[in-house]
Design a protein around this ligand. Structure first.
Ligand SMILES: *[C@@H]1O[C@H](CO)[C@@H](O)[C@H](O)[C@H]1NC(C)=O
Ligand SMILES: *[C@@H]1O[C@H](CO)[C@@H](O)[C@H](O)[C@H]1NC(C)=O
Ligand SMILES: *[C@@H]1O[C@H](CO)[C@@H](O)[C@H](O)[C@H]1NC(C)=O
Ligand SMILES: *[C@@H]1O[C@H](CO)[C@@H](O)[C@H](O)[C@H]1NC(C)=O
Length: 214
């Protein structure tokens, strides 16, 4: 666990730019949708609903407890990437933890320093309604220790993100995405979370969206 955390710090700090001058990553729009997180060992880690504000760079993700899987994690996260903080919310007992976000990598937007890889046609490119054209973007965590591959539609809706590291490779897929914020209240800090002090981060711990599943 410690090693994984240490590795991730490194990955976050060294996600260096290989920016292709001809292709800059698109930025995703405001969205509401469903997300699933599966480890590449076949464990379903979480399924839940997300709300994403692309301008404000805010993300809410709540895993659905009626998809109980042995390995799944019950999560309610509200992340503010610009401020570098997030909340772990427990609505049942109205409790909340406010924490520092160490790494802003997340599956709903392409990092600015991602590298364009290719355009692919899933399904059939010639039969109407039977194909999907995707742009693939990649980025390195370190020279060889990890990388991600993200695919987005031509309109920049995120389809999937693969995170490959030495520790826990996993796949995040998005479904039923709509280009609007259906419930803006989900992006507001709940009253019972307001005014909380920032939790201290134990030495060696890294907080990020991805770390919630590691
Ligand atoms: C995205 O949502 C935010 C928050 O509701 C809103 O301020 C912004 O105008 C929206 N952007 C677009 C392009 O609709
Ligand atoms: C959770 O999943 C169940 C079964 O798929 C669904 O009926 C329910 O609406 C979901 N709840 C939420 C909050 O998404
Ligand atoms: C749940 O996972 C734990 C550890 O991963 C394992 O030891 C246990 O056998 C699993 N239980 C079931 C019911 O699959
Ligand atoms: C809220 O519930 C969670 C688990 O259900 C527990 O870990 C936490 O300590 C509880 N918090 C409070 C303030 O009761």
């Amino acid at each position: 666990m410690f090693a994984a955390a240490a590795l991730f710090v490194f990955m976050c700090l060294t996600a260096t730019s290989h920016a292709d001058h001809h292709h800059h990553p698109c930025h995703t729009p405001n969205m509401t949708g469903l997300m699933s997180v599966t480890s590449l060992k076949g464990e379903l880690k979480a399924v839940g609903a997300f709300t994403y504000d692309s301008m404000g760079r805010k993300l809410r993700f709540r895993s659905n407890e009626s998809h109980p899987v042995n390995t799944s994690v019950g999560l309610d996260l509200l992340m503010f990437f610009d401020e570098g903080i997030f909340y772990e919310i427990d609505s049942k007992n109205q409790s909340c933890e406010k924490k520092k976000l160490h790494c802003s990598l997340h599956p709903l937007d392409i990092p600015d320093d991602a590298k364009f890889h290719s355009t692919v046609h899933s399904g059939s490119p010639s039969i109407e309604g039977e194909g999907l054209t995707l742009n693939i973007w990649t980025g390195d965590f370190t020279d060889s220790k990890g990388h991600y591959i993200m695919s987005v539609t031509m309109g920049c809706l995120p389809i999937s993100a693969h995170y490959f590291s030495e520790t826990t490779p996993f796949l995040i897929s998005n479904m039923e995405v709509e280009m609007e914020i259906k419930d803006p209240d989900l992006l507001l800090v709940p009253s019972f979370c307001q005014g909380l002090p920032l939790e201290e981060t134990p030495e060696g711990t890294v907080n990020s969206f991805l770390h919630e599943f590691m």
